[in-house]
Design a protein around this ligand. Structure first.
Ligand code: SF4
Ligand code: SF4
Length: 170
């Protein structure tokens, strides 16, 4: 399977499902899609094949996050993507998995996403979203490279959480 086929399949799993059954953007005025021109989404390994580099709504750069001795690509959008082209990180947001592959909230979304800030229980999420995000992580974990990438990203999230806790104490 090529990278394009792989990500096309994952994109399809999260094509129409969103975290809540209602539009959660109404809770936060679409906080995760403000397109400030600075914050971006890390692309999964090889995911850049999904883009031709001429998307008027998004630019792809090398980030400072290193995986397998190479910079991870980061996509920075202007807040108005073509929905069917949005990166995988946007589709799984605001969730990730812990080391036992249990779904958890991505703490990097704290302070931005009300679902994470208010620790909304998964029972209140759209069950289809939860189901499909779990499926996506299962597929990512069945592939050696993407599994390693998920592990590295988790370390990054753990570091973020540690720093977040330090700031809480000060
Ligand atoms: S920030 Fe959270 S609540 Fe707001 S649109 Fe994004 S996912 Fe939904
Ligand atoms: S690519 Fe689309 S879904 Fe992702 S942050 Fe930008 S506007 Fe939002």
């Amino acid at each position: 399977m090529t990278a394009k086929e792989f990500y096309t399949y994952l994109y399809r799993l999260l094509k129409d499902v969103t975290p809540l059954e209602v539009d959660c953007g109404g809770l936060c005025d679409g906080a995760c899609c403000k397109g400030d021109g600075e914050s971006g989404m890390y692309l999964f390994p090889g995911e850049e094949v999904m883009y031709n580099g001429n998307e008027p709504w998004m630019k792809i750069y090398d980030s400072e996050f290193i995986f397998k001795d190479k910079p991870v690509k980061i996509a920075i959008c202007n807040g108005s993507c073509k929905r069917n082209k949005r990166p995988l990180s946007c589709r799984i947001f605001p969730l990730f998995v812990d080391k036992d592959n249990n779904l958890v909230m991505d703490v990097r979304a704290k302070g931005l996403c009300p679902l994470v800030t208010a620790t909304i229980p998964f029972e209140q999420y759209n069950p289809q979203f939860i189901h499909n995000v779990k499926r996506v992580f299962k597929i990512l974990n069945n592939n050696k490279i993407t599994r390693e990438y998920v592990d590295e990203t988790r370390k990054l999230i753990d570091e973020y959480e540690e720093l977040d806790n330090i700031f809480k104490w000060n």
